[in-house]
Design a protein around this ligand. Structure first.
Ligand SMILES: Nc1ncnc2c1ncn2[C@@H]1O[C@H](COP(=O)(O)OP(=O)(O)OP(=O)(O)O)[C@@H](O)[C@H]1O
Ligand SMILES: [Mg+2]
Length: 234
């Protein structure tokens, strides 16, 4: 199970902007399987709230948004350097700890490269993934490539892909989601759009609308550029 794999790897390499599991449980493992309920249980350090709060309150101020963007990029870099692509970055999956810092959580949709033991292992960043399955990601944060299968070029077909279509992506998918997340917490609402899961062309409309809104609302140029660079160019 990818989530357990990701959490085990993060126990070995914790990072301040990624949610942690407590280490003071004595002989108890923070991840365990219960035969009776046939479920996996996981214990986390408790944090304050998630970033859905600013969505409900009508948006964060630019300075807060800048801090969140920087910390989440750093957290994502740590995950990526460990071969973990989150794929479900959204306001509800970014927690705020009691010091006001971000903590990326919820690895239920993650893609986890096998056999990555150390951060910054070579050949993980930028490596193209061909995945046959996808879990339920959340509208409108998911990157197009994690929800739309593509034809696989035969000359690049890895051994484990036995079909001609697959989800083809790399860690940039997380930056797409981060851009939409930052936009949402800035405006206090998700970008309006159409059914992105079924209509790949709807993305172009969403990009145009996001850019127009940022221009009209006079969002500072560095934030506009950040959102454009991470999401619009993915
Ligand atoms: N360590 C924590 N401290 C405080 N709140 C937390 C913590 N972990 C999770 N939460 C809260 O619980 C919510 C759900 O947690 P999580 O995303 O891990 O579960 P999930 O079932 O995968 O949710 P979803 O499918 O909605 O993404 C989070 O959005 C957050 O509000
Ligand atoms: Mg979640």
């Amino acid at each position: 199970m990818a989530e357990v794999q990701a959490l085990k790897r993060l126990q070995l390499h914790p990072y301040r902007f990624v949610a942690e599991q407590p280490t003071d449980l004595g002989s108890y493992d923070p991840i365990w399987w219960c035969n009776k309920t046939e479920s996996v249980y996981m214990v986390f350090t408790q944090y304050s709230c998630d970033l859905f709060v600013p969505l409900e309150l009508g948006g964060f101020k630019s300075d807060q948004v800048r801090k969140i963007a920087v910390q989440t990029v750093q957290g994502l870099h740590h995950l990526h350097s460990l071969g973990i692509i989150h794929r479900d970055i959204k306001p509800d999956n970014i927690l705020i700890d009691f010091d006001g810092n971000c903590r990326i959580t919820d690895f239920g949709g993650a893609y986890v490269f096998p056999d990555v033991d150390e951060p910054d292992s070579p050949s993980v960043i930028g490596k193209i993934i061909y995945d046959l399955s996808a879990t339920g990601f959340t509208y409108p944060y998911y990157a197009p490539e994690v929800v739309h299968k593509c034809e696989v070029d035969e000359s690049h077909l890895p051994d484990y892909v036995d079909r001609m279509t697959a989800y083809i992506f790399n860690e940039r998918a997380d930056f797409f989601s981060l851009g939409v997340t930052i936009y949402s917490i800035l405006f206090g609402q998700i970008p309006e759009g159409h059914d992105l899961a079924h209509d790949p062309h709807a993305y172009a409309e969403m990009y145009d609308m996001m850019q127009r809104q940022m221009y009209l609302k006079n969002i500072s140029y560095d934030i506009q550029e950040f959102i454009s660079r991470v999401s619009l160019s993915s």
